[in-house]
Design a protein around this ligand. Sequence first.
Ligand SMILES: Nc1ncnc2c1ncn2[C@@H]1O[C@H](COP(=O)(O)OP(=O)(O)OP(=O)(O)O)[C@@H](O)[C@H]1O
Ligand SMILES: [Mg+2]
Length: 342
Amino acid sequence: MQIFDEYDIMKTLFMIRVENLTKKFNGFTAVDNISFFVNKGEIFGFLGPNGAGKTTTIKMLATLLKPTKGEAKICGFDVLKEKENVRKSIGIVFQEPALDNRLTGFENLDFHARLYGLDKETRKKRIEEVLNLVELQDKAKILVINYSGGMQRRLEIARGLMHYPKVLFLDEPTLGLDPQTRHRIWDYILQLNQKEKITIILTTHYMEEADYLCQRVGIIDFGKIVALDTPQNLKNILGGDVISIEVFPPERAFEIFKTFSWVKKINRCNSIINLNVEQGEKKIPLLMKIDQKEAGFEIKSVNLRKPTLEDVFLYFTGKTIRDGEASQEEKNKMTMRGRFRR
Ligand SMILES: Nc1ncnc2c1ncn2[C@@H]1O[C@H](COP(=O)(O)OP(=O)(O)OP(=O)(O)O)[C@@H](O)[C@H]1O
Ligand SMILES: [Mg+2]
């Protein structure tokens, strides 16, 4: 992708700039020639199913994994040639929990701050600040083993902020948390983006998370960015409305629906058929006029809604994010089988 050539002067303004980044593990391409940039102060999200290449991308940007090909700069520093400067500029919250359970919240933060060489005064002040930000000030003296899952995640976010990073990487910040805790964490993320003026790049496979938090979203599938824009613009690509019809048998109905001239795009997930249409409210009566007996199918339910990021994902990849997760697992298994055969 040659998107940067015209914007040479702007290159230095981006907090993150990635060009043709690729990572191969043996013969398997986990990240496939991706290019994108992240603006200063932006919350940028990577949305994709399990195995799409999100963590691999974050690890390359955080200098933890060497790219096979391509280039990436964080705050103007090259991830290959200026690792130290990159590391000083970033905070990272890993997908896998990485706290010391036998230390208190305070001790975890203090240990991290010492690694970054913060002096005693600064450490004390900063620990107080970040604990306040994630509302854990009352839990500072408690062993992390006694924290709930949500509290641990908040402490990890606080730790990622200790050394005043300019860019924060959040790899699946709310994975496995209940909806209420997830919403609280979203609020902390928005707050720290605004209060600390920090640029955030996060990965998620939750559509609502990307929609709620991110100014721009890159949809990633099988290591490739298949679409990148604001959530609203992505949804606008689909335009109009989505009519979801539960139908039996779906195969027969699919063949008939796809012949309608007013259907812009059609997808099927099991017994649900999604139609992208303009002015959905005017199209539902047309569906109801179908003589179902004669057509050989039965409509069980009809739902009219605006497109979501789930629909956008379906539009660009031809599958739901959950189907994507299943097929990626299958692909991984086949790659492993291939490796064993060699
Ligand atoms: N060290 C490695 N060696 C071999 N393959 C790897 C390695 N790390 C990642 N992969 C493979 O690369 C692909 C992308 O993995 P990655 O962890 O980046 O996905 P992800 O999008 O973060 O998925 P998830 O949502 O499950 O966290 C997967 O197929 C994974 O099995
Ligand atoms: Mg991951």
